[in-house]
Design a protein around this ligand. Sequence first.
Ligand code: SAH
Ligand code: SF4
Ligand code: F3S
Length: 458
Amino acid sequence: MAKKLYIKTYGCQMNAYDSVRMSELLAPMGYEQTDAPDHADLVILNTCHIREKAAEKVYSDLGRMRDIKQSRPEQKMLIGVAGCVAQAEGEEIVSRAPYVDLVVGPQSYQHLPNLIRETIRSNTAAINLAFPEISKFDQLTEATLTQGSSAFVSIQEGCDKFCTFCVVPYTRGAEYSRSVRDVLEETRKLVDLGAIEITLLGQNVNAYHGIGMDGKEWGLGKLIREVAKIQGIKRIRYTTSHPNDVDDELIAAHGDIEILMPMLHLPVQSGSNKILKAMNRKHTASDYLVVIEKLRAARPDIQFSSDFIVGFPGETDTDFEDTLRLVETVGFTQGYSFKFSPRPGTPAAEKAQQVEEAVLDARLQTLQNLLAVQQEKFNKTKLGTTLSVLFNREGRLEGQMQGRSPFMQSVYVDNGAAYANRLVDVHITGAYANSLKGEVISTSQRLNPQQERVAHYG
Ligand code: SAH
Ligand code: SF4
Ligand code: F3S
């Protein structure tokens, strides 16, 4: 009989991708995925360590898993912790939660089948936190599970940047890029399995420098040109990029490749040069603006989103105002902002001048309000226009379908079931803070190609 596997994913899209790969790896052992832990034979929490809240959530969820495990001793349940908390805390997890059977770091998933056999045999926790010589990608099986119409492909892992607030270089290790051949093969496979939108992933994705078919190192711009040639791909995105690694080749790709979507998530973290320096970002606010301008020159309709940290140690009111100014100057149309969270082992956690909680709260609120205003303003500019939307989720109401515009706006339509997993033109009839509403333009209403060309240039 098939065994049941429950995976819960926290954190970034890299973890989401890894969860799919773990599930594929465990299928030959007879594990089938289930969406609730109650009857699971194996539970894996694929964890995130980026902020304190994310890491603490894991322990409360582990407590729930222990209760399930203890409530049904007749069906043995294995509990595994994977991801960045596993890497950061290692054996401490087993000391704090002795009912955990497996601890596996993000670079060691290929060992999961062996670790499972080992823990069953020895009845003690099996732990693997190695950063192996041979990358996990070269040891994983090929993609076999569909990710639907919008799929992720990890092309790069790890980070060598060491921003002073960040755990990623410690939890994911040094930068590593998969070969161009590997990336293309996996992408083709996912397209065969139904993907029309591909998002290339990496902790620092534009630091990509994989070996190409010519034996030379390729950058992300060159890789995207090859990916764009794959039959059936209608949209390409990539995330998360670093402003210092946006090179001319990548900018040119934005200008030349229509299906490279005009929305870029380019974290800046702060608008204050003093804080950027203390963060070890190695760019100033004006360096960032230069990158934005070059991208806009290449692709005039491009929009930007970003990550921000408020209350980094030593951040004054003036520094914070610099961030607000930068948000306005760039005109970000989406943004994610976080209160600084001191992470064990990172230089910023040791600094004096930690900002008070009340100040953190107030700054976060102010920044989020400004970002929300800009987002809504941009959404309103789409009223009455036509946007292409890839519908890949059911909406909250019966018959509703939800999807994404080229600019990552959430768009929904009523009675949209027929458009599931399709890219369709939508006439926008409502624009709100976080979403757009519209009506699908039926094929008969659509202009013929000749008229469309006139409409486009007219
Ligand atoms: N590689 C990406 C993102 C890494 S983590 C980059 O270079 O920007 C995602 C976001 O979490 C970061 O952009 C940052 O804004 C936030 N973050 C990371 N460490 C944090 C910390 N210690 N406290 C608060 N936010 C943090
Ligand atoms: Fe973390 Fe991103 Fe900085 Fe790397 S570049 S250390 S992942 S914030
Ligand atoms: Fe979190 Fe690790 Fe991703 S810390 S954000 S899961 S790289």
